[in-house]
Design a protein around this ligand. Structure first.
Ligand SMILES: Cc1ncc(COP(=O)(O)O)c(C=O)c1O
Length: 402
């Protein structure tokens, strides 16, 4: 190795930090730990037999193209399937030119950062917000401004104060990053009224919205709220979607929907990032939809996660000390827990790991470092039995500290 490797790093390289979640996940790979830490789907939701059947069919019928480079925009059959689904379910009236495939939504977040953020640019996000989004934007030098959430999501009154303040200083944020459905990490869903308030502000102050919605279709109960993209319909919202939580994360398939101008720039950035997303997995995914397997499996995922959420909530009621509170998500993979203000979930994590249960401390989701007394719990990955056992262990760890 060369001497003083630090001189190798660019400003971007220097801004990159290890992900706290990845570090906890490494620990939890020790088999004896019950992990509420990752955002992992349940392994029993992966339709391996159908994928094996379809992979063979793709190779036999379209093998040369499946194993060849593809276009940067993505496989047209998959794009069309996704466009049709959005138009049928959400009625958003998009065409294939509005949707580009990316290597899952994490690449989408990174490319958005790449094409829009210069060091020092302001980006507004929720307090808390998805760590992978925060890290991607920070790596390009974004100056993140956190807006507190309430039970309806990002607070529009605080957003307006912040936008006004920036305007008075002659500044404009590059975009507002919003996870409107079953937010990661808080589990909160933004009702239509709040979405409209935020859109009105975005229009008034002329700011783009990045809508990131990986959990949208994993709804257990209640009514689906319209996409920000749909409520806007003027090109001021870009939306990211992914197959990770509704099919399989290992395929690394996601997409960005937006105005042609933004799609065009996004495609240029993707070209230098990876040329194209894997042709093979895109073709398998397209055929999986076309054969009608998708909806049946999605129903299984929803039913299974609903049961896990219900049991988790019941176990919390039963075992958690009364000083502890939590959110009740209507869908998705996570709920968020609040310890008494004086407790630090980061410190508590060492005790939890000793007791063989893990979670992610909530401050890593707060771009201003607040939220020390919060933690994120995933309920999709472990079995129902392990979830209950994990809650018992966690409750004991908290009780001992109280
Ligand atoms: C809000 C949010 N956005 C994006 C991602 C990235 O997902 P993927 O890259 O697998 O599509 C996640 C993953 O947990 C997420 O929670």
């Amino acid at each position: 190795m060369i001497s003083n490797p630090d001189r190798l790093w660019s400003a971007t390289g220097n801004r990159m930090k290890r992900s706290a979640i990845r570090e906890v996940l490494k620990l939890t790979q020790r088999g004896d730990i019950i992990s509420f830490a990752g955002g992992l789907p349940a392994p029993d939701s992966f339709p391996t037999a159908e994928i094996a059947e379809i992979a063979r069919e793709v190779l036999e019928q379209d093998g040369a193209a499946a194993l060849q480079y593809g276009t940067t925009e993505g496989d047209n059959r998959l794009r069309q399937v996704l466009v049709d689904r959005y138009n049928n379910i959400e009625d958003i009236g998009i065409s294939i030119d509005n949707l580009v495939i990316c290597t899952a939504s994490q690449q989408g977040l990174d490319l958005i950062g790449k094409i829009m953020i210069d060091p020092g640019d302001k980006v507004i996000c929720g307090l808390p917000s998805y760590l992978g989004g925060i890290s991607a934007f920070k790596s390009y030098g974004a100056d993140l401004i956190g807006i507190t959430l309430d039970d309806k999501g990002l607070r529009s009154d605080l957003l307006e104060i912040k936008l006004k303040e920036l305007q008075m200083r002659g500044e404009k944020p590059k975009f507002i990053y919003i996870i409107p459905d079953f937010q990661n990490p808080a589990g909160i869903t933004m009702p239509k009224s709040r979405r409209l308030e935020i859109l009105e502000l975005a229009h008034k102050y002329d700011v783009l919205i990045v809508e990131d919605s990986p959990y949208r279709e994993v709804r257990f109960e209640g009514e689906s709220q319209p996409m920000l993209y749909n409520l806007d319909n003027s090109g001021q919202v870009v939306t990211l979607g992914t197959l990770s939580k509704i099919f399989v994360p290992g395929f690394r398939i996601g997409w960005m929907i937006g105005h042609e101008t933004i799609v065009d720039k996004f495609v240029m950035a993707k070209q230098s990032a990876d040329l194209c997303t894997s042709s093979f997995v895109q073709k398998i995914a397209a055929l999986y939809f076309e054969k009608g397997y998708f909806d049946k499996n999605l129903r299984y995922i929803i039913d299974s996660y609903r049961k896990k959420r219900d049991l988790m909530l019941k176990s919390f009621e039963e075992y958690m000390p009364e000083e502890v509170t939590w959110t009740t998500p209507e869908g998705g993979l996570f709920l968020f827990m609040y310890l008494p203000e004086t407790m630090d979930a980061g410190e508590l994590l060492f005790d939890a790991i000793d007791e063989k249960v893990a979670y992610v401390q909530g401050d890593v989701f707060h771009c201003d470092g607040s939220g020390k007394n919060t933690l994120r719990i995933n309920f999709s990955f472990a079995s129902e039995e392990m979830n209950v056992e994990g809650v018992k262990r966690l409750a004991n760890v908290i009780r001992k500290k109280l």
